[in-house]
Design a protein around this ligand. Structure first.
Ligand code: UDP
Length: 332
């Protein structure tokens, strides 16, 4: 297969590229390097450019005969989306529309989209399945839901088949240690705890211990990036082989939630092996955080044959810690 991976120099996109190239697929990455890194896209051809540039897209689709497109390039910070919604609607919606229109012009029929659990909004029940109502409570979630909606219309009008994959909490790192998280600013729980353990950060703050959960901290469904990527590969294959068509959507998580406290304890066990420990501070609730978000991913398992390989929290933390140790030694 020849695949265009948009955002293939980022945290999850670069892991995807690695998986695809290892499986023998030919990959071209389009990335504006706004949050991605050139060295993470070293496994394939990298085109540095932006989806806002229709001429660049035209040249790219003329030059390559893509079998399918995977789209990872988006802004993804909930808080930032509340402050600057235009940034989110422009990049996540309008730029994605440019991409879809280029695909239609060049008769590329298969699209895999990075969507999010944030499209659901406040959970009405957990685990969250695909029939749960989608009422996003921030522009980030709304921007992703708008694309899901566009994909339905593009299927009806143009026969473009797509799979939207709604990630719960993406985490972990390349099991071989070549790829991992390096956001700036970092806002995610696991890398922040690991940075506190490696000494790159003073402490980790727990955002609230008064939630209606067993230990009072929020519960999330942490899903390894390698498992997210295998779902993308299986989804694209299902479309290309004609096993699936339409505008489909699947939730991706392990179906098991861990509290912030449990994640901290898992990290403490792993980093203690290297003689590291961490300082924990108590903070207020972070606005907009639901108490519990857990995926029901049984549909993806049934329909795509997907099976997470790294569901175990300790394994996730070990991979992320190996990556953090490399980063910390580079920065120090
Ligand atoms: N969290 C925390 N301290 C931090 C960062 C996150 O207690 O410094 C909590 C956050 O409130 C949430 C969970 O960790 O309950 C996961 O947050 P993250 O930002 O990693 O992902 P989200 O669930 O917001 O997508």
């Amino acid at each position: 297969m020849k695949v265009l991976v948009v955002g293939g120099a980022g945290y999850i996109g670069s892991q995807m590229v690695k998986q695809l190239t290892h499986a023998g697929d030919s990959v071209v990455v389009l990335d504006n390097l706004s949050t991605g890194f050139r060295e993470l896209a070293r496994y394939c051809e990298l085109v540095v450019g932006d989806l806002a540039d229709p001429l660049l897209l035209e040249r790219l689709f003329r030059k390559h005969d893509f079998d399918g497109v995977m789209h990872f390039a988006a802004h993804s910070l909930v808080g930032e989306s509340m402050q600057d919604p235009g940034k989110y609607y422009r990049n996540n919606v309008s730029n994605t529309l440019n991409l879809l229109e280029a695909m239609v012009r060049h008769d590329v029929k298969y699209f895999i989209f990075s969507s999010t659990a944030a499209t659901f909004g406040e959970p009405e029940y957990v685990p969250i399945d695909e029939v749960h109502s989608q009422r996003p409570i921030n522009p980030y979630g709304a921007s992703k839901l708008m694309v899901e909606r566009m994909l339905q219309d593009f299927h009806t009008a143009h026969g473009l088949s797509s799979v939207s994959l709604r990630y719960f909490n993406a985490c972990g790192a390349d099991p071989e240690g070549e790829i991992g998280e390096c956001h700036d600013p970092e806002t995610h729980l696991i890398p922040l705890i690991l940075q506190a353990a490696s000494g790159r950060r003073k402490s980790i703050t727990v955002f609230g211990r008064d939630y209606p959960t067993e230990d009072g901290t929020c519960i999330r469904d942490y899903i390894h990036i390698e498992d997210l990527c295998s779902a993308h590969a299986q989804a694209l294959e299902a479309l290309i082989l004609g096993h699936k068509q339409g505008a489909l959507a699947f939730n991706l998580g392990n179906g098991k939630g861990y509290s912030v406290q449990q994640v901290i304890e898992a990290v403490q066990l792993v980093v203690a092996e290297d003689g590291c420990n961490l300082m924990i501070e108590e903070g207020e609730r972070r606005p907009g955080d639901p108490a519990k978000l857990v995926a029901d991913a049984s549909l993806a398992k049934r329909e795509l044959g997907w099976q997470p390989q790294y569901a175990d929290l300790e394994t996730i933390v070990r991979h992320a810690w190996a990556w953090e140790k490399q980063r910390a030694s580079l920065v120090k």
